[in-house]
Write a protein that binds this ligand. Structure first.
Ligand code: ADP
Ligand code: NA
Length: 340
C-alpha cells in the first residue's frame, strides 16, 4: 500500500529552466514538511537520447545543485542520481516484461520525441515510462509531484502497478504480502504553473530542447538576460483582464500571468486583482523584477555549489547509499514474487 513517500526526478539533459523550477523543483520544497522525500537526478532517463559523458556529469551536478539551492535538505531527505542505485534498472526490466508494447506506443512524449523516425530511436526511449514506473514504485511512493507533461506517464505507472499486482496476485499472497503490493500512485499536478509555455510561442511548452534560447529562462541566466527575455516575450496587444475568464484564448498572456502567480505562490486571479487593466509595459517589468528577485539567490547558490563538485558528489553518494537500502528492501520482495 502507498506510504508517505514522495518521489520525483529531473533529467540532467541540458540547462534547467523556469518550467522545471515552477512545475517541479519549487513544489518539491514544501512537501519536505509532511513527507519523506526522494528527489532524483534521472541520468539513466537522459541517455535515452545521446549525451556527451562529460556534459552528462556536469548536468547531473547542476540538477543536484538546483535541488539544494532551491531549499531541499539532502540530510533530512534523499537526493541522489538514478544510475547509482542499480535496483532502478533491475525493477525496470521486470516492468518491461509486465508492460505492453502497445501502451508505450501510445505515449505522446514518445511520438513527439521520435517524430517520423520511430524505427531509428533508442529502444530505451520507447521503454522510458517503464523505468519511470520503477523509479517511483521501487520506493512504493504514494505521491509524485510533476508538471502536466508527465500526466500520461504517471497513468502508465499506475497501469503497471495494477498489472503487476494482478499478474502476480497468487505469488504475492503466497509470500504473505499485501494484495496491493505496488501502490496506485497519486500524481500531484496542481497550481498555476503545471505547464509553463515558451516565451516565444504560446503553443509550445518551455523546454530544454527548444533551439531558441529566448524561448526559456534558464536558472543560471543572469538578471540582465532574464529581464531582456521577459521584455521580449511574445504577447497580444490587449491589456490584462480583470478575471481569469479573460485569459481564455490568450495563451501568451495566460502564461505570463501564471508565471507571476507561481513565483509569488498566489493564484492567477490574485495577480489579475493587482494588474487588471495594466498594459504589458507595466506588467513585464514587474514580472522581470520578480523573476530576478526569486531566481538570483538560487542561481548564486547553484554557482557556489557547482564550483565545489566534491561536496555535490558527496551528497549524491550519501543519498545513493540511503536510497539503496530502501530499494533493496523492495527488490528482495520482488525477486521472491517473480520467482528469481
Ligand atoms: P524537460 O521536459 O525540460 O526535459 P524533464 O523531463 O527532466 O524536463 O522534467 C522534469 C520536471 O519538470 C517534470 O516534472 C516535468 O513535468 C517538469 N517540466 C518540464 N517542463 C515543464 C514546463 N514547461 N512547465 C512545467 N513543468 C515542466
Ligand atoms: Na519532460
Amino acid at each position: 500500500p502507498a506510504n508517505n513517500r514522495v518521489f520525483s526526478g529531473i533529467q540532467p539533459s541540458g540547462d534547467l529552466h523556469l518550467g522545471n523550477y515552477l512545475g517541479a523543483i519549487r513544489r518539491f520544497v514544501p512537501l519536505q514538511d509532511s513527507h519523506e522525500c526522494l528527489y532524483c537526478v534521472v541520468d539513466m532517463h537522459a541517455i535515452t537520447v545521446w549525451q556527451d559523458p562529460d556534459e552528462l556529469r556536469r548536468a547531473t551536478r547542476e540538477v543536484a545543485a538546483a535541488f539544494i539551492a532551491a531549499g531541499i535538505d539532502p540530510k533530512a531527505h534523499i537526493v541522489f542520481n538514478q544510475s547509482q542505485v542499480v535496483q532502478h534498472a533491475e525493477l525496470a526490466w521486470v516492468f518491461n516484461c509486465v508492460a505492453r508494447i502497445g501502451w508505450m506506443n501510445r505515449m505522446t512524449q514518445f511520438k513527439d520525441k521520435a517524430g517520423k523516425n520511430s524505427e531509428n530511436v533508442s529502444l530505451g526511449l520507447l521503454a522510458y515510462p517503464s523505468l519511470m514506473a520503477a523509479d517511483i514504485l521501487l520506493y512504493k511512493a504514494g505521491s509524485v509531484p510533476v508538471g502536466d507533461d508527465q500526466k500520461q506517464h504517471l497513468e502508465l505507472t499506475r497501469d503497471i502497478a495494477q498489472k503487476f499486482n494482478n499478474d502476480y496476485a497468487a505469488s504475492i499472497a503466497a509470500n504473505g504480502f499485501d494484495p496491493e503490493f505496488f501502490p496506485i500512485t497519486e500524481p500531484l499536478i496542481a497550481g498555476p504553473a503545471t505547464r509553463i509555455m515558451s516565451l516565444r510561442d504560446g503553443t509550445k511548452k518551455m523546454s530544454k530542447s527548444d533551439p531558441s534560447d529566448a524561448s526559456r529562462i534558464s536558472l543560471l541566466d543572469d538578471a540582465d538576460k532574464i529581464s531582456k527575455k521577459i521584455k521580449k516575450a511574445t504577447t497580444d496587444p490587449e491589456p490584462l483582464p480583470s478575471d481569469v475568464e479573460g485569459l481564455k484564448g490568450r495563451a501568451e498572456a495566460d502564461n505570463l500571468v501564471g508565471i507571476y502567480a507561481a513565483l509569488t505562490d498566489a493564484s492567477k486571479q490574485d495577480v489579475l486583482n493587482q494588474f487588471a487593466g495594466a498594459g504589458w509595459g507595466t506588467f513585464k517589468p514587474a514580472l522581470a523584477d520578480l523573476a530576478v528577485e526569486v531566481l538570483a539567490p538560487i542561481a548564486d547558490e547553484m554557482r557556489r555549489l557547482i564550483d565545489d563538485p566534491q561536496t555535490i558528489d558527496a551528497v549524491l553518494r550519501d543519498g545513493a547509499e540511503r536510497a539503496s537500502i530502501l530499494a533493496e528492501k523492495t527488490m528482495l520482495e520482488v525477486r521472491d514474487i517473480v520467482g528469481f
